[in-house]
Design a protein around this ligand. Structure first.
Ligand SMILES: [Fe+2]
Length: 383
């Protein structure tokens, strides 16, 4: 059991980034996206670092569903600049690329060489992660998920050397996140907690974080989505996403994450949207493997009273329905067809094979998935 790195939480905590650089630190790269560069958030971080005597360069080309190629480009800029530290600023994509850049500064070659488990040889440079969405938990995980543009393969660099040294959780930075992103990233956090709680590798320790995350998300995700200025809701969601990340670090995620990978890799569907759309179907498929656990999830999300007695089978199936209702409340897509990205039934066999190849989450899942079951889930999610 472990809690990686150190986290600073609270309104205004972004100002701590300078203090974390330490003596002798002269150059840092900020890895972010165009949006944060345009709205001045990256400049704000740059000013804090400059005031501390740290020169910075900003890499602002991280795309949603980031690629190996973009990561290599950022690493090349970081090397040329002589960066001694990497500051990740943004959603999960920016943080994933930042974590990968940190180890590419000390390990030769392309990010593609390290996609897999435990392939990174040397520790990276100092990593400070500043999430500006509440969802992916990338600030606390040891994974960087990257797509190879050459063949559409989507896979993680999974290595303990990717753990951030520091995370700064400043809810004020999430206030301008639009409703759709708040909803989809919040659902990603919810699914991390849910899949960790129902993982075959769940422990008392991971359960504690999963419960904490689910209770807060159930209470606050709608408020954070539809009233983004509500700092209490933003704070609760950011804290919950961090807790969900801790649950996932210990217990892993499940089949929903594997099934969502081909939606991102083949069709460019965002991670949170893809997972949210599939989760009710995955819960229904898994329901009878751990019905008590899904009933706990239903309770913690606030759909039944604390003391209400319910048959676990009914509770598990109601959990799938509750998640469908939540997607409607958040106005997130509920069918593959409605995504409008050209997914048809003829793609399902290939998608199923690609999902099964994302073997770690499948291994954690409470039910054994085969190709037929993957196809069945996609069919159910179609219309
Ligand atoms: Fe996720």
């Amino acid at each position: 059991m472990f809690v990686p790195g150190k986290a600073f939480f609270g309104i205004g905590s972004v100002s701590k980034v300078g203090d974390l650089m330490g003596d002798g630190m002269k150059k840092a790269i900020i890895v972010t996206d165009k949006n944060l560069a345009k709205h001045g958030t990256a400049k704000k971080v740059e000013q804090i670092l400059t005031a501390r005597g740290v020169d910075t360069v900003i890499f602002d080309s991280v795309e949603p569903e980031p690629s190996v190629e973009t990561t290599d480009e950022a690493a090349s800029l970081a090397k040329k600049f002589g960066a001694q530290a990497v500051v990740g600023l943004g959603g999960g994509s920016c943080l994933d690329v930042a974590k990968a850049v940190s180890v590419l500064l000390t390990n030769e070659g392309s990010a593609a060489n390290y996609q897999g488990l435990g392939l990174v040889k040397k520790p990276g440079v100092l990593k400070v992660m500043i999430p500006t969405t509440a969802g992916t938990g990338s600030e606390v995980t040891f994974t960087a998920v990257l797509i190879r543009r050459s063949d559409g393969f989507k896979g993680g660099i999974n290595d303990e050397k990717l753990f951030a040294d520091y995370a700064i959780l400043d809810p004020e930075l999430t206030v301008t996140v639009p409703p759709k992103v708040t909803a989809s990233s919040g659902m990603d956090a919810l699914i991390h907690a849910l899949e960790a709680y129902t993982s075959r590798y769940a422990t008392w320790f991971s359960d504690m974080f999963a419960e904490e995350a689910l209770r807060r998300i159930g209470k606050w995700i709608r408020v954070a989505t539809w009233n983004g200025r509500n700092l209490e809701a933003r704070s609760q969601m950011q804290y919950a996403a961090y807790m969900a990340g801790l649950a996932l670090v210990h217990a892993g995620v499940g089949a929903c994450h594997s099934l969502s990978y081909p939606l991102g890799g083949m069709f460019g569907v965002g991670h949170g949207v893809a997972n949210a759309l599939l989760i009710p179907h995955v819960v229904r498929a898994n329901a009878l493997c751990c019905p008590e656990r899904y009933t706990d999830v239903l309770r913690w999300l606030g759909y039944i009273d604390e003391e209400a007695k319910i048959n676990p089978r009914d509770g598990a199936l109601l959990c799938a329905e509750a998640l469908e209702e939540l997607l409607e409340d958040l106005e997130l897509p509920t069918t593959l067809e409605s995504l409008g990205v050209g997914i048809t039934e003829k793609h399902f066999p290939e998608m199923a094979e690609k999902a099964l190849a994302v073997s770690r989450p499948m291994e954690n899942n409470p039910r054994v998935f085969d190709k037929d079951l993957c196809i069945k889930i996609y069919e159910e999610a179609m219309k």
